[in-house]
Ligand binder design. Structure first.
Ligand SMILES: Nc1ncnc2c1ncn2[C@@H]1O[C@H](COP(=O)(O)OP(=O)(O)OP(=O)(O)O)[C@@H](O)[C@H]1O
Ligand SMILES: [Mg+2]
Length: 303
C-alpha cells in the first residue's frame, strides 16, 4: 500500500509527560483517515508535528515519501490544514481574508473564487467575517486550507462546535474533496460516530499511544458482538477451551467466544458438555462500536 503519511515511533514529551508516544501513523493514499481519540489523547500534538509546527522529541515523519525535517518546504507546499481555532481578520471580508493568504501562497486570483465555491461561501464573499457564524468560519478555514490545491488535507476537529446541520455540511464537503479532488484527508475527532460516518481508515489514539489502526471495515468486524457462555466452573472451562486451541476470553464470570459462527458455537458447546461441564446459558453479547471505543480508550488495551 502507498502511504502519504508515515511516522516512525513519533514521540513528543512535555517535561515528564508523554503527549505522543512511539506513534506509527500510516495514512494510505486517497483515503479519509479518521484520527480518533478522547480529549487530551494527543491528536493536536501529532497534527502539529505533521505540519512542522512542533518538533518531535523522538521519531521521524515521512510525507509523500520524503523526510519532513529535510524537505519541509517542498512537502508543506502540497499540504493544506485547519488546526484548532484559526484566526482571521474580523473586519475584512471572506474574500479579503483569502486574498491575504493567496499572496503568501502565490496562487492565481481565480483560486479564491474556486475555493469559495467549493465550501459554498460565494454568496457571502463580500461580508465581513466578524458577522460569520461558527459554521461559516469553519468553512472559511477549510477554504483557506484548499487555496494551495493540496494533495494532503489535515483537519483538526473541523466539526467541533457545529450544530447538526453544520456537521452534515462539513462531512459532505470532506467526502466530496476525497472523491472529486482525489485528496488524502486526515480528520481528527473525539467522536466515534463522527469518524464512523466519514472515514474509511481509522487510527485510534489513547494517552498518546496508537491502540488501533486499520480500515473501518476491520474495526467494525472486530467490534462485532461475541457469544457469551455461562458454565458451572467458568474459569476451568475457559482454561480447558484455551488449551484446546479455541479463541476465547474470560471476564466477569463468563466466557466469550470470538468466533460467533454457528458451527463454532455448536462445537464449543459439545466439547464442554462431553467433558463434564454444565452449560447454563449461551447468549449473544450486545455491543455497539461506541462501547468498543469507550472500552478501548478507558482500558488502554488494543482490540
Ligand atoms: N504546549 C504544551 N505544553 C505542555 N503540555 C501540552 C502542550 N500541548 C499539549 N500538551 C499536553 O499533551 C496532551 C495531549 O494534548 P493534545 O492537545 O494533543 O490532545 P488532543 O487529543 O488534541 O485533545 P482535544 O480532543 O482536547 O483537542 C495533553 O495532556 C496536553 O495537556
Ligand atoms: Mg486537539
Amino acid at each position: 500500500m502507498e502511504y502519504i503519511v508515515e511516522t516512525n515511533k513519533l514521540t513528543k514529551r512535555f517535561g515528564k509527560e508523554y503527549a505522543v508516544e512511539a506513534l506509527d501513523l500510516k495514512i494510505p493514499k486517497g483515503e479519509i483517515y479518521g484520527f480518533l481519540g478522547p480529549n487530551g489523547a494527543g491528536k493536536t500534538t501529532t497534527i502539529r508535528m505533521l505540519l512542522g509546527l512542533m518538533r518531535p522529541t523522538l521519531g521521524s515523519i515521512q510525507i509523500f515519501g520524503k523526510d519532513l525535517t529535510r524537505e519541509r518546504i517542498d512537502i508543506l507546499k502540497k499540504v493544506g490544514s485547519l488546526v484548532e481555532n484559526p484566526s482571521y481578520y474580523p473586519h475584512l471580508t471572506a474574500y479579503e481574508n483569502l486574498e491575504a493568504l493567496r499572496k503568501i501562497y502565490g496562487v492565481p486570483k481565480k483560486r479564491i473564487d474556486e475555493v469559495l465555491k467549493i465550501v459554498r461561501l460565494s454568496d457571502v464573499r463580500n461580508k465581513k467575517v466578524k458577522g460569520f457564524s461558527l459554521g461559516m468560519k469553519q468553512r472559511l478555514g477549510i477554504a483557506a486550507s484548499l487555496l494551495n490545491n493540496p494533495e494532503l488535507l489535515i483537519l483538526d476537529e473541523p466539526t467541533n462546535g457545529l450544530d447538526p446541520s453544520g456537521i452534515i455540511e462539513i462531512r459532505n464537503l470532506i467526502k466530496r474533496l476525497a472523491t472529486e479532488e482525489g485528496m488524502t484527508i486526515l480528520i481528527s475527532s473525539h467522536l466515534l460516530s463522527e469518524i464512523d460516518q466519514i472515514a474509511n481508515h481509522v487510527g485510534i489514539i489513547s494517552k498518546g499511544k496508537m491502540i488501533f489502526q486499520d480500515s473501518i471495515e476491520v474495526m467494525r468486524r472486530q467490534s462485532q458482538n461475541k457469544i457469551l457462555l455461562k458454565v458451572n466452573d467458568c474459569k476451568m472451562a475457559w482454561n480447558f477451551l484455551i488449551s484446546n486451541g479455541i479463541e476465547a476470553d474470560f471476564s466477569l464470570e463468563s466466557i466469550s467466544l470470538l468466533d460467533r459462527k454457528d458451527e463454532n458455537v455448536a462445537m464449543v458447546v459439545r466439547l464442554l458438555v462431553e467433558n463434564g461441564f454444565s452449560i447454563y446459558r449461551v447468549e449473544e453479547e450486545k455491543r455497539t462500536l461506541e462501547d468498543t471505543f469507550l472500552q478501548m480508550t478507558t482500558e488502554e488495551r488494543a482490540i
